[in-house]
Design a protein around this ligand. Structure first.
Ligand SMILES: Cc1cc2nc3c(=O)[nH]c(=O)nc-3n(C[C@H](O)[C@H](O)[C@H](O)COP(=O)(O)OP(=O)(O)OC[C@H]3O[C@@H](n4cnc5c(N)ncnc54)[C@H](O)[C@@H]3O)c2cc1C
Length: 400
C-alpha cells in the first residue's frame, strides 16, 4: 500500500506544497507515495486581486496541473482533523461525509476575516476576503447606479487602514465613478484605530499613503473605530455618524478554525507554531504552510506574515520537507530573510518597499507595473507541464 501525503487546502500554500512534494518524489524516482489535495474547489483563488472589479475571474484552474504532476484532487471541506488516528474527515459537495487516512498531513487551509460582534455588521457590511463575498460587494456597487443620487449612495466606508483596507479604498474612487458616472460626488472614507494615517504599515511608507490618498480624495478618520453598522451607514465609537450605503470590513484576519483541532501552540491569529522544517511543533506527522503557519523567516526574530509572498515559499518548503520526511532524506530548512511589500494605490499607482522597516524603492507607475506583474503573472500557478511545474517548485527558488 502506498504511503499518503494529504494536503488540506488548494491556496498558495497547498498548491506549492503539492508541487514540491511531487518534485522530490520525482527526483528520487519514487512512485510508492501518493499525494492528495483536499479542498472545496480545484482552483487557485487569487485573493490579492479580490478588491478589483470582475472578481469572478480571479481564479486559476488546477486539475490539469495536478494531473500533469500526479497529484490527486479530492473535492470537499475538511471538518475534523484526527491527529491521533491520522485521519481527516470531510464533507463533499453533495453533503456526504467521508474520511481520508494519511501518513503525513500538511495543513494549508488559509485564513478568513473574522468580523467582531458589532450591531448590524453581519447583515450590512461587505468584505473582499473570499471570492463569493467580493462578488457580493461588486453586485452591490453596481446596484448603486439604480438608486437616486445622495451622499449615502456615493459614500463607501472602509473599516480598517491596513494593507487590504488601503488597497480596497484607493481602488474605489475609480470603481465608483465607472458605475455612478465621471461627475458623481464619490467619497471613500477609511476608518482606522491607528493614531496616524497608514500607521499599521509603518513610518517608511506612510508619507506615500498620505500623498496617494490626497490625490485620490480618499479620506481617513484616525483614532476611530466603527461601533455599529446599518443599511445607511456607520456610527463610530465617539458617536459620529457617517451616512454610507456601502461599508467594507477589512480587519481581523484569523487562520482557519481547523488549526484549533491540532494539539499545538498557536499565535494570537490562530497560526500553528512550526519548526524550521515547517513541522508543527509537538506533532510528528503534521506540517503547516501559508496563513495557518507561524514560521520564523530568519534568525532576527521576524516571522512570516499572512501573504502570498510567504505562503508560496512556505508551500514549497512544506511539500519538500513532508516528502523528505517520508523518504528519509535531508529536509530543506525554511528561510526567507528578504521581505518586500508592493501596495496598490489605485489610479495613483503603487509603492514598492524592501525590508521589514519598508524602505521605499519604487513609486507610482514604476511600482504599479511591478504590482501588475506580481498580481497577473507571478502568483498564478505554473502551466500544466510536468517538467516546468516541478522545476518551479524547487524550495530554493528565491521569490523576491
Ligand atoms: C483583498 C486581499 C488582498 C491581499 N493582498 C495581498 C498582497 O498584495 N500580497 C500578498 O502577498 N498577500 C496578499 N493577500 C493575502 C494572501 O491572499 C494570503 O496570505 C494567501 O492567500 C494565503 O495563502 P494560503 O494558501 O495560506 O490560503 P488561501 O489562499 O486562503 O487558500 C486556502 C485554501 O484552503 C481551502 N480551504 C479552506 N477551508 C478548508 C477546509 N475546511 N477544507 C479544505 N480546504 C479548505 C480554500 O478553499 C483554499 O483552497 C491579500 C488577501 C486579500 C483577501
Amino acid at each position: 500500500m502506498k504511503q499518503h501525503i494529504l494536503i488540506v487546502g488548494a491556496g498558495f500554500g497547498g498548491v506549492w506544497s503539492a508541487l514540491s512534494a511531487a518534485r522530490l518524489l520525482d527526483q528520487h524516482g519514487r512512485s510508492d507515495v501518493a499525494i492528495s489535495v483536499l479542498a472545496p474547489q480545484a482552483e487557485l483563488r487569487i485573493r490579492p486581486r479580490f478588491y478589483e472589479p470582475q472578481v469572478h475571474q480571479m481564479k486559476a484552474p488546477l486539475i490539469d496541473l495536478f494531473n500533469a504532476v500526479g497529484v490527486n484532487f479530492i473535492q470537499g471541506a475538511a471538518d475534523e482533523i484526527d491527529v491521533a488516528g491520522k485521519r481527516v474527515r470531510y464533507t463533499d459537495a453533495s453533503g456526504q461525509r467521508s474520511s481520508l487516512a494519511y501518513d503525513r498531513l500538511v495543513m494549508a487551509a488559509g485564513s478568513k476575516v473574522l468580523r467582531p460582534d458589532l450591531d448590524g455588521i453581519h447583515e450590512h457590511a461587505f468584505d473582499v476576503d473570499q471570492i463569493e463575498s467580493a462578488a457580493r460587494l461588486e453586485q452591490h456597487l453596481k446596484s448603486l447606479a439604480s438608486l437616486p443620487d445622495s451622499p449615502a449612495r456615493n459614500t463607501v466606508v472602509v473599516a480598517g487602514g491596513g494593507f487590504t483596507g488601503i488597497e480596497t479604498a484607493t481602488e474605489l474612487p475609480g470603481r465608483l465613478r465607472a458605475i455612478l458616472g465621471a461627475d458623481a460626488a464619490v467619497r471613500v472614507i477609511i476608518v482606522d484605530r491607528g493614531a496616524k494615517i497608514g500607521a499599521a504599515l509603518g513610518e517608511g511608507i506612510s508619507p506615500t499613503i498620505i500623498e496617494a490618498c490626497e490625490a485620490l480624495g480618499v479620506e481617513w478618520r484616525v483614532n476611530a473605530s466603527v461601533a455599529s453598522v446599518d443599511a445607511d451607514g456607520v456610527t463610530l465609537a465617539d458617536g459620529q455618524r457617517i451616512d454610507a450605503r456601502t461599508v467594507i470590513w477589512t480587519v481581523g484576519v484569523r487562520a482557519s478554525a481547523l488549526t484549533a483541532q491540532v494539539p499545538a501552540e498557536r499565535d494570537p491569529q490562530g497560526r500553528l507554531h512550526v519548526d524550521r522544517n515547517l513541522k508543527v511543533k509537538g506533532q510528528d506527522h503534521v506540517y503547516a504552510a501559508g496563513d495557518v503557519a507561524y514560521a520564523a523567516t530568519d534568525d532576527q526574530g521576524n516571522f512570516a506574515v499572512m501573504s502570498c509572498q510567504h505562503a508560496i515559499v512556505l508551500g514549497r518548503h512544506s511539500g519538500n520537507n513532508v516528502a523528505a520526511d517520508l523518504l528519509g532524506v535531508a529536509p530543506t530548512p525554511y528561510s526567507q530573510p528578504k521581505y518586500v511589500t508592493c501596495l496598490d494605490l489605485g489610479a495613483w499607482g503603487a509603492v514598492y518597499t524592501e525590508g521589514w522597516d519598508r524602505q521605499v524603492k519604487l513609486l507610482q507607475q514604476e511600482a504599479k507595473e511591478l504590482k501588475t506583474q506580481i498580481n497577473t503573472t507571478w502568483i498564478y500557478p505554473p502551466a500544466a507541464d510536468r517538467t516546468a511545474a516541478l522545476a518551479a517548485a524547487d524550495p530554493l527558488i528565491p521569490i523576491a
